[in-house]
Design a protein around this ligand. Structure first.
Ligand SMILES: [Zn+2]
Length: 585
């Protein structure tokens, strides 16, 4: 074991999970037994992130995130287990007990970081070499300076099958490692080849300066245009944001979200060092929550072509409940930022950024384009939809401004518009209240079990509910195991998932080990921690009675007979007769 139970319990007692979480999201009902907050791991309008002060745990009934302070730090700061423990130690002024022994997983992660760094160095050296001439030619065409190339660590993957492989083998890396780091790939014939060949290479760097992945762009028109590292031990493409390592220090709370690597690089070179991009996939909630920690205003800067407009709309939809202001750039006179900077200069780009529409203006603009406002019908449709948009605006002054503008634009009396908007706002408020109420009800009742990691939950709903109560009771009252020893064994469990947890919990209880969440954290993954937190949350609302557990065992026994009962409809005639004979008294 890496850290002793005593150490972890001490750390846990010094960390206040409410205070910790409060640094990332606003907490409501502060100081109460179960404060709630807007979940920092998914975007939501009504809080479903509950903190259990007694257990020092949290559970989100919206997305199923859960755990203790260590899990929280791990996920929000994207640290591994040991790093998260160190982070918390530093916060509360405790010493790390010793240099923790590396486990397999952390060793692998470190090796992956090192291999990636070596690869980046190799690609950079190839770019400067003779064989890198075509890539240098391309960069020259895109007018990237040597400084920019170096700043972003761009490189070139040679047009050969195994140049990086040979290099990394000489540094002591094995083929199977390189395949798992996605630097090399297996061929159908069982050989190993470089994952990236004849491509311009963009290293992807995390917030701590580690090279975690690569994007590779072709130099001609071949496909795919971009090739990216798949998910590895150090990289999840749904989580990363390109160039955030630079942009996080160079913005005044504003970030510009571009479509691709080249856009970002062109922007930085022109002095817009707050530009970032997603990593070649659709924009995700994880990326939004990461961005929201570094900006209060996000400007979308996507291509002006049809695909770009579609991407803008998709992103706006994702960002609907995001906690930052949104603006949308209108790139007229050029397809992408790179082109505008090249043909019209960075002053023009500056103007475009300055005149970016906010999300209200963008929404109104879209509606306006849908209708022919020269006709009465078109004007009416435009007004009806615009009223819905204006009703969304929380700030009164802002709302009034847009109402005046809409009035003069459509020639409709401002007072009439105001009446419409208040009506829409009242309806909206009722809907919102109803939703909050339903949400709260659901949390109290059952928690949304849609997210249950138990694959058999749908099939055995009743049994699952009973199993969860038993597990939750055991976590809260380990002595129940002894008190129920004649009735409770793993055979009682219907679903394999809960059976596994029972097995683990009961052996811990028998060995007299701690059931504290921080102890599970060492071996438990996110899913396990979230599930245990879910059980703790459930335990919080239990009546605390042995009788309840006994009833649950009864439920399980009767559900088990049902689960084991043969499906008569699917039997052959012989089987059916045999069953009949067996059951005859
Ligand atoms: Zn959540």
């Amino acid at each position: 074991m890496r850290f002793s139970d005593e150490f972890l319990t001490e750390l846990r007692s010094r960390v206040d999970i409410e205070e910790l979480v409060g640094r990332y999201t606003e907490i409501r009902h502060r100081g109460s037994r179960t404060p709630v907050a807007l979940c920092p791991f998914h975007t939501e309008k009504t809080p479903s992130f509950v903190i259990y002060r007694e257990n020092q745990s949290y559970y989100c009934f919206g997305c199923g995130a859960g755990g203790d302070a260590i899990t929280f730090v791990k996920n929000i700061e994207r640290l591994d287990y040991v790093e998260a423990v160190r982070y918390l130690c530093e916060r509360v002024g405790m010493n790390m007990p010793m240099d923790p022994v590396d486990d397999q997983y952390n060793k692998l992660r470190r090796r992956c970081f090192e291999a990636n760094r070596e690869a980046a160095k190799f690609f950079y050296s190839r770019l400067l070499s003779e064989e890198g001439a075509p890539a240098r030619e391309y960069l020259k065409k895109r007018r990237l300076t040597d400084e920019t190339v170096k700043h972003f660590g761009l490189g070139y993957a040679p047009d050969r099958w195994d140049s990086l492989l040979k290099y990394l083998r000489s540094k002591g890396y094995r083929d199977d490692e390189l395949v798992s780091f996605d630097l090399a790939r297996k061929t159908s014939r069982g050989g190993t080849i470089d994952a990236f060949r004849n491509r311009l290479m963009f290293p992807i760097i995390d917030l701590r300066g580690n090279v975690i992945a690569f994007g590779g762009r072709v130099l001609d028109d071949s496909k795919p245009k971009y090739l990216n590292t798949s998910d590895t031990v150090v990289y999840k493409k749904s989580q990363g944001v390109y160039a955030l390592n630079f942009a996080k220090n160079n913005n005044d709370g504003r970030l510009i979200l571009c479509e691709g690597y080249m856009d970002v690089i062109a922007m930085h070179q022109a002095g817009f060092t707050n530009a970032v991009a997603g990593l070649g996939t659709a924009f995700t909630q994880e990326q939004i929550s990461l961005l929201s920690r570094y900006c209060t205003e996000l400007t979308l800067c996507f291509d002006s072509d049809e695909a770009g407009v579609k991407a803008t709309n998709r992103a706006l939809k994702m960002l609907e409940h995001a906690p930052m202001k949104l603006r949308v750039m209108h790139l007229d006179g050029g397809k992408d930022p790179d082109e505008i900077i090249k043909t019209q200069g960075k002053e023009r780009m500056d103007q475009i950024i300055g005149s970016a529409m906010n999300d209200t203006e963008f929404a109104l603009d879209r509606i306006r384009k849908k209708y022919d406002t020269a006709t009465e019908d078109g004007k009416l449709n435009y007004m009806n939809e615009a009223v819905e948009v204006l009703a969304e605006i929380g700030n009164e002054i802002e709302r009034d401004l847009y109402t005046s503008r809409l009035a003069s634009e459509t020639g409709i009396e401002k007072q009439a518009l105001e009446a419409q908007i208040s009506k829409a706002r009242r309806a909206r408020g009722r809907k919102q209240k109803q939703k909050e109420f339903e949400n709260a009800l659901e949390i109290v009742r059952e928690g949304s079990d849609v997210k249950s990691p138990n694959p058999q939950k749908r099939q055995f709903r009743r049994a699952c509910a009973a199993e969860e109560i038993i597990l939750a009771s055991l976590l809260k009252h380990p002595d129940y195991l002894r008190k129920l020893k004649d009735k409770l064994s793993e055979d009682v469990f219907v679903t394999d998932y809960n059976k596994r947890y029972f097995r683990d919990l009961s052996s811990r209880i028998r060995e007299g080990r701690s059931l504290d969440l921080s102890v599970f954290n060492e071996t438990g993954d996110n899913e396990e921690m979230a599930y245990l937190s879910y059980l703790l949350a459930k335990g919080d609302s239990l009546a605390d009675s042995l009788t309840e557990c006994e009833q649950c065992i009864q439920t399980l026994l009767s559900e088990k007979t049902k689960a084991d009962a043969p499906n008569v409809g699917k039997m052959s005639n012989d089987e059916f007769r045999a069953l009949f004979r067996k059951n005859k008294p």
